[in-house]
Design a protein around this ligand. Structure first.
Ligand SMILES: C[S@@+](CC[C@H](N)C(=O)[O-])C[C@H]1O[C@@H](n2cnc3c(N)ncnc32)[C@H](O)[C@@H]1O
Length: 232
């Protein structure tokens, strides 16, 4: 369930086209357990817009709520951060991250935490860059919605994901992505980085019909972990 209230503000000669969308979560769509409000800027691309993969991953987080209560969660390329904010609402300690050069995206994340009355850590984290704060992150669950969209950045993303998974034994990376050209490149890179897919789902297989009817495409959700003696 999603509602959008347009709030076109005048800014010089062009409207900013800021909108607040509301995303509901619950077992019964008539009486949601809670909702998350997201400030979006439709003029910007990437990090200031709720991408369909984020709706899919946020719903998965809600449905897997038993794993998130008390968990330590890092969301990569979080943008408008819907999955991470749902995890925080479920009682996880959450760090929301995005490219450290995208200050407007990081500022928007802080506003979203305030708007939803949630206390999350907000951190600039660029994939493949080894800044000091990365070394203190020990997530049990790593989230990434639509972070596998530019194949030039896949290696940097997998380098960061692999570091976090190895730095926090037992942790799992849960990602939703558009399967545009088959799973082959992702499978190849998982092998290259010593990772293994534990679960692969069609994103529409668990999405309630009211949310599914607003989305299209071939969205998959994967749970990924390091190859070890236990799961080889
Ligand atoms: C397609 S958007 C997805 C945003 C959000 N997860 C969603 O699904 O609505 C990709 C996100 O990855 C971030 N991103 C892109 N390249 C990045 C990099 N090298 N390091 C960190 N974040 C990056 C972008 O700023 C953007 O927020």
């Amino acid at each position: 369930m999603e509602e959008k209230d347009w709030d076109d503000e005048e800014c010089d000669d062009t409207p900013t086209m800021t909108t607040v969308s509301r995303h509901c979560f619950g077992d019964d769509s008539e009486t949601p357990s809670f909702s998350i409000s997201i400030i979006e800027n439709m003029k910007e691309d990437y990090g200031l817009f709720v991408w369909p993969c984020s709706v899919v991953l946020a719903e998965y987080v809600w449905q897997q709520k038993h794993r998130f209560s008390g968990a330590t969660v890092v969301e990569l390329g979080a943008g408008t951060s819907l999955p991470g904010l749902v995890a925080a609402k479920l009682g996880a300690r959450v760090t929301l991250t995005d490219n450290s050069t995208r200050l407007e995206v990081l500022d928007n994340m802080r506003r979203l935490c305030e708007l939803n009355k949630l206390e999350c850590n907000v951190l600039g984290l660029t994939w493949g860059v080894w800044d000091a704060p990365l070394f203190s992150l020990q997530p049990t669950l790593i989230l990434g919605a639509d972070v596998l969209y530019d194949s030039n950045a896949f290696d940097d993303l997998f380098a960061t994901v692999t570091f976090l998974l190895r730095n926090s034994p037992g942790s799992i990376f849960i990602t939703s992505y558009h399967n545009r050209s088959g799973h082959h490149l992702i499978e190849f890179l998982m092998g290259k980085w010593g990772l293994k897919c534990l679960k692969l789902l069609d994103g529409f297989s668990f999405l309630p019909s009211d949310k599914a009817s607003l989305l299209s495409g071939n969205i998959q959700l994967a749970e990924i972990a390091p190859i070890s003696k236990d799961n080889a």
